[in-house]
Ligand binder design. Structure first.
Ligand code: NBG
Length: 806
């Protein structure tokens, strides 16, 4: 472990020559990157050991965060910063003539997630470690992460994300912690020597689940937790006799092959279910084995562990925990159920019905007949419970865990777990009063809200250095460990010097992003334009189309009267991946690219507007875009976006929200002040009424608002449509002939007015800077430190490590 520059340099030199047989000048950049990575990993290793010992010595309770996704992004910079070794490493390398930024740029983004849900997991890990709480992530070590997006001939093309091709320097393979996961087979009754009946699974196909551990260092507090990545390998002892080794290999390789690239559609569903079972079975078995080894039995299991299920994907943890306790540890149903009830909590991340998972019974039977038996029994007991509570037959039907040939995973989770939380106030209210209303009536005390957050260290301190320094110069650096101290910055909202400094920093960030855009896409954008960004997954409810229709309208207006048209120059930034099987979303990407092509190449329009659609949007790109953004587009149909988290990151970097009253936008506006955001559109209640009433008809708007008619018609006859035939019919039909499910046209006028207001505000620099500073100052609440502290207070009840931060 190095403590100063000299030690660092010696260690670096020694490792390079030991591992690669090279002197520093003679080494390749990939070797330098690898050695620096190993040094960081090993540095955190000491903290790992201290924390592990602290857990054992104090029988400390731990939380296991089960998530099919952790969108961790790059680790090198954040780890060095959290460990407090960044400057030593930077100066040491610089003495060798090595620029540390070049090494940082070598790191591939670990894209083990789709979007907000996976990124949230990564932020919670950072915050838990920084708060000194023992929380560990468990996920799958996908060989291929979320697909790499390319635009080819105006369309999205998906390429494999080979993030592991040069190895992953931050992981440590832990073969001794491997466990066996059993798929299929038959459940068989047998008589135990003491005369009791028990059930065991025979003839199963066994897969060896092998963990790779990645340390998660807290911010300068001597703490390192673990992100455990489970990989599937052949069993050593139990090879199947009924299939060839090659077949066996290919079925098991699938398990940790790729991330399910879709959070809304039904493809590859059986594999997905097997992956889910693989993850929770491996994770639970390893905790139980450790507990039994340490304490001799599992009597205190629920005191020592709490499991948080990140969305519906890991819900099989419930029957699997029952199975393990009963079949492997010999417990009875009631005792096992009491542990499940005490040890498992569930977070819901969406109300979109297609993402509330249900599984056909035969799928679950195929993955594990024994698990299906247990689910049936849970359902039977749930029905008995509802009978006792005199629940009406109608409601009972709605709440069934098994019905219509499907297993309803959320229904099982709500019955079995002790805590169900939504991820923003509005979202939780919708869960309680609508989505899970019957359950809420039955179990009101289980429901609670935990508004999402993001780590302000990655998303401000490290990615927006200029702004972070400005804040520290005004209020000191206490905000780094205590994000709510950012509120002190509000006192500077009307301070001219601070306003000017903020505007200058924002401009510098825009210059840097403009350079990136020029280098990457050969497109010139002006840092004096408004940078207006919508960066998130492509989904109909997020309404990238609303943003785009407005741009199309502006273009049409300009072309119809170029002389009198004025607007503040705008750069519209889009970043979005569409699920490969989601046709509408892919078509929307094509439309954005087609409109961009027209506008960016039009002499009149391109002076005032540019569209930048960044390819392959992900964590590292977000880190470039967010500091450079003025306007944060958060325009989902109210009631549909559970929370959103890019809204929080943009707020913290001084962007104003142009948004609907949806998800966490509401809490953002409440905190920063309605006057400091640009809020528009239907509310969730209004949307619900329109939906329930069945009276909404987009044709009425089409027929009464010529702007809307012109935009919609241009999907077939506009300059963006001409070259591609009738490709955008699909979009026209979706909006006009399928009822405009997401109320794009209903909100169009309000959106146009809001966009006008944004321009007017922007024209008044002092007013704008005031609003931006209020946003930054009030964003501390949205640090995931606060989120984790609330989970811990209400759900996890972990105590802090006592370790040296030396
Ligand atoms: C997403 C929601 C977002 C939310 C993140 C994190 C899923 C299933 N849900 O609104 O759409 O911010 O979860 O909670 O990906």
């Amino acid at each position: 472990m190095f403590s100063n520059k000299l030690d660092f340099k010696q260690d670096f030199e020694r490792r390079l020559s030991e591992k690669y047989g090279r002197s520093v000048p003679d080494s390749h950049i990939t070797e330098r990157y690898d050695i620096l990575g190993e040094m960081i990993r090993d540095y955190a290793g000491y903290y790992w050991r201290n924390c592990r010992e602290d857990i054992v010595d104090n029988s400390r309770r731990q939380c296991i965060y089960f998530s099919m996704e952790f969108l961790i992004g790059r680790l090198m910079l954040d780890n060095m910063q959290n460990l407090g070794i960044y400057n030593v490493a930077k100066d040491g390398l610089s003495d060798f003539g090595i620029d540390i930024h070049e090494l940082e740029e070598m790191e591939p983004d670990a894209g083990l997630g789709n979007g907000g849900l996976g990124r949230l997991g990564a932020c919670l890990l950072d915050s838990a470690a920084s708060l000194g709480l023992p929380l560990h992530g468990n996920t799958i070590r996908y060989e291929y992460g979320f697909f790499r997006q390319r635009f080819v001939e105006g369309k999205q093309v998906e390429l494999p994300d080979q993030w592991l091709c040069d190895g992953f320097v931050f992981e440590v393979r832990k073969s001794k912690h491997a466990v066996e996961v059993k798929f299929g087979g038959n459940a068989e009754t047998y008589l135990k020597p003491n005369g009791d009946y028990a059930i065991r699974t025979v003839n199963a196909t066994c897969v060896r689940a092998l963990p790779y551990d990645v340390s998660v260092a807290g911010y300068r507090n001597g703490v390192a937790n673990t992100l455990r990545l489970w990989s599937a390998e052949p069993s050593e002892e139990n090879l199947p006799t009924d299939m060839s080794f090659t077949d066996y290999l290919s079925t098991l390789k699938e398990l940790s092959f790729g991330l399910y690239p879709d959070d809304s559609t039904e493809q590859g569903r059986l594999l997905r279910l097997r992956q889910q079972y693989f993850l929770v079975s491996a994770g639970l078995q390893s905790c139980m084995r450790g507990e039994a080894r340490r304490y001799g039995d599992l009597k205190q299991f629920a005191d020592h562990y709490v499991f948080q299920l990140n969305d519906t994907h890991p819900i099989l943890a419930i029957p699997e925990m029952m199975r393990l306790l009963m079949d492997d540890y010999g417990w009875g149903w009631d005792e096992a159920w009491a542990v499940v009830n005490k040890a498992i909590a569930y977070t819901n991340h969406t109300v979109m019905p297609e993402a509330l998972e249900t599984w056909p019974i035969p799928y679950v039977q195929q993955v594990s007949p024994r698990i299906y038996m247990i689910i049936e029994e849970i359902n039977r007991r749930f029905n008995a419970y509802m009978g006792d509570k005199a629940v009406s037959p109608d409601k009972r039907y709605q709440m069934q865990i098994i019905k219509d040939g499907q297993i309803h995973m959320t229904n099982m989770a709500i019955f079995a777990t002790f805590s169900i939380n939504g991820v923003a106030k509005l979202h939780t209210r919708i869960l309680e009063t609508y989505t899970f209303k019957n359950f809420y009536d039955l179990f009101p005390n289980k429901f609670n809200n935990k508004t999402n957050g993001m780590t302000h260290r990655r998303w401000l301190l490290y990615s927006d250095e200029g702004l972070a320094n400005l804040i520290t110069s005004r209020i000191g650096d206490g905000w780094i460990k205590d994000s709510e101290q950012l509120e002190k910055f509000k006192a500077f909202a009307d301070d001219e010097g601070t306003q000017d400094a903020f505007l200058k920093i924002k401009r510098d960030n825009k210059v840097a992003f403009a350079k990136f855009v020029k280098d990457s896409y050969a497109l010139e954008i002006s840092p004096d334009a408004i940078f207006d960004a919508q960066i998130k997954r492509l989904h109909a409810y997020k309404r990238q189309l609303l943003n785009l229709f407005h741009i199309m309208f502006l273009y049409q207006k300009l072309k119809s009267d170029p002389k009198s048209f004025t607007m503040t120059p705008h750069v519209y930034i889009f970043g979005a991946k569409a699920a490969p099987s989601y046709d509408l979303a892919k078509r929307i990407i094509e439309l954005i690219l087609a409109v961009a092509n027209v506008i960016n190449n039009d002499d009149d329009a391109s002076k005032l507007m540019k569209i930048v659609f960044v390819e392959n949007y992900g964590v590292s790109l977000a880190e470039r875009i967010i500091p450079a953004t003025d306007i944060s587009e958060q325009i989902s149909t109210a009631g549909k976006e559970a929370s959103g988290t890019s809204n929080m990151k943009l707020m913290m970097n001084g962007a104003l929200t142009l948004g609907t009253l949806d998800g966490a936008n509401i809490e953002i506006a409440e905190r920063a002040g309605m006057d400091n955001e640009i809020i528009f559109g239907l509310t969730a209640d209004q949307v619900q009424k329109l939906t329930d009433g069945g009276t909404y008809n987009p044709w009425n708007i089409y027929n009464s608002d010529s702007r809307v008619k012109n935009v919609m018609d241009s999907l077939m006859n506009g300059p963006w449509a001409l070259k591609v035939g009738d490709r955008f019919h699909l979009i026209f039909d979706e909006v006009m002939n399928r009822g405009d499910q997401y109320f794009i046209l209903a909100d169009f006028d309000a959106y146009c007015k809001a966009a006008d207001l944004a321009e007017r505000l922007y024209a008044d620099k002092a007013r704008w800077a005031h609003a931006a500073i209020c946003n930054i100052a009030m964003s501390g609440y949205f640090s995931s430190d606060r989120t984790v502290a609330e989970y811990n207070r209400d759900i996890w009840h972990l105590t802090k490590f006592k370790v040296d931060d030396e």
